[in-house]
Write a protein that binds this ligand. Sequence first.
Ligand code: G6P
Length: 607
Amino acid sequence: MCGIVGYIGKQDTVPILVDGLKRLEYRGYDSAGIAVLNGEISVIRRLGKLKELESALLESTPAGFVGIGHTRWATHGKPSEENAHPHTDCTGGFAVVHNGIIENYSSLREELQAKGHTFDSETDTETIAHLVEENYKGDLLDAVKATIKQLKGSFAMAIISKHEPDRIIAARKDSPLVLGIGDGENFIASDIPAILGSTREVIFLNNDELVEVTGDGVNIFTFNDVAVDRDSFTVHWDFEAAEKRGYEDFMLKEIHEQPVAVKETIRSRFQKGKVVLETSSNLTDDMVKAISKIFIVACGTSYHAGLVGKNVIENWARIPVEVDVASEFRYRNPIINESTLVVAISQSGETADTLASLRGAKADGAKVFAISNVVGSSITREADGTVYTHAGPEIGVAATKTLVSQMAAIYVLSLYLAQVRGTLAQNEINNIIAELNELPEKMNELLKDINGIKSCAMEFSDCKSFLFLGRGIGVPVAMEGALKLKEISYIHAEGYAAGEMKHGPIALLERSVPVVVVATEGHTYEKVISNIQEVKARDAQVVAVATEGDKEIKNHADYVFYVPRTSELLSAIPAVVPLQLLAYYIAKIRGCNVDQPRNLAKSVTVE
Ligand code: G6P
């Protein structure tokens, strides 16, 4: 995820900005840059790691007491020096750094171009610089206020101007921003770690607030122009804890970031009841109508997102779907032609087997579509189009927030296919969109009360083997629950279709083998209850994931994790969360390193 740092005071700003950016490196980035005020605005940006920027700064270091810096993690436009922040306007009078997504950037860009503005990058961010230039009438704060009114989307941003060298203006909407308070100097950052080297006095900016930062103080306002008086607080976290925002591990932090990951992924993809795929998706209506078969190929957790995709696409768009693990697909000579769509799902966009599958399918004439979290990754470069997930970088090796955002992207893609092919009525599409939009808040609710999961983890942390069961959309959820447990706690676990239990796994059942059952509401609920009875009859203990308000389930299961109600096909997102947490807490009790499990890698670029 992108990082922001800003400084105004009496010290040389470059070392402070670079130090702040280094402290944000853990978030992942592909390029970095700074802008320093010294009469003019000097901007230095580099593709790649911070050492590239540092080398450039060794050659020429701009001196100045005011500056902003940024580490970019590409969302709009590939990783490159031109797309790196800070971005400037046509006159070089303003520089901006920004985290988040400006949803209406392409229409704003067209309007600005029509007025004569020229753009140097492909980013959504550059529109902000040009809007500020356009709105500037002698007061930077007023210009930023006017600009904010024109923006749709999420942003944390900081802006400097050569016309007003004694202040930085920053604003926040749905993307974090903190202020660091010093003595005769002040700081801005997207995250606390960035400023911990300089100060521990911090003020959080709330949503829909902007701030004027000078060397002497900070003046906060709401977007409605009401002045805000907020005290600073002292941060006692050490640097490592601050990186994790107070969570014990990146994995736990990332599990808690899942509502935002889903929200960001669906954001701006529904406009007035229409599903809109970004221009990079390159799927024309004619192509969509001609699709006769879809293959989804992926590995690991992404494969489970693919299984969700099969259920959803077949139900909504009525196109036959096969899901393959990429290492099999690439060698199995599948039947492919020009009317085949292959969807390659990969959070990293670099997985060797998935990439090879994509190449093979393309060579056979298929259209290939990617779902990925990394802009400019190999798979996205070679695919005919991409639906990006916007989970931000995931540091824990075992995927969590990238999975739920992949599922969200699949819902978007499936709705899009259904819309173009006319397999869902508009009111059905509207209802699904409304439910999808409610999911992030429901996930937030779910994450507020996880004590039951912790005590269940205590009970079962010594077990040697687990079985996970589900039906329909619950099968991939069960498989993912088993995979998470295996990956991070090293306990053997199998995910199975509940109806298949009697053909094998039932032989394993005894008191010491807990069975986790995805028993959320759905058309096979009664069948799942019967499977639970079969488990209970073999003396095994049952942990059920059930829909809030389900009173019956308590009569059958030893432990119940309730998840908020949503429609059956969407329930994969909330249902997977308690299983991630169960795996997490069991692994912690067993003393495992959840962020870096043994033998596993985040990005598997070898076969
Ligand atoms: C590795 C990771 C998994 C991930 C899988 C596929 O095994 O540890 O978390 O699911 O690769 O990765 P991809 O980047 O293709 O989604």
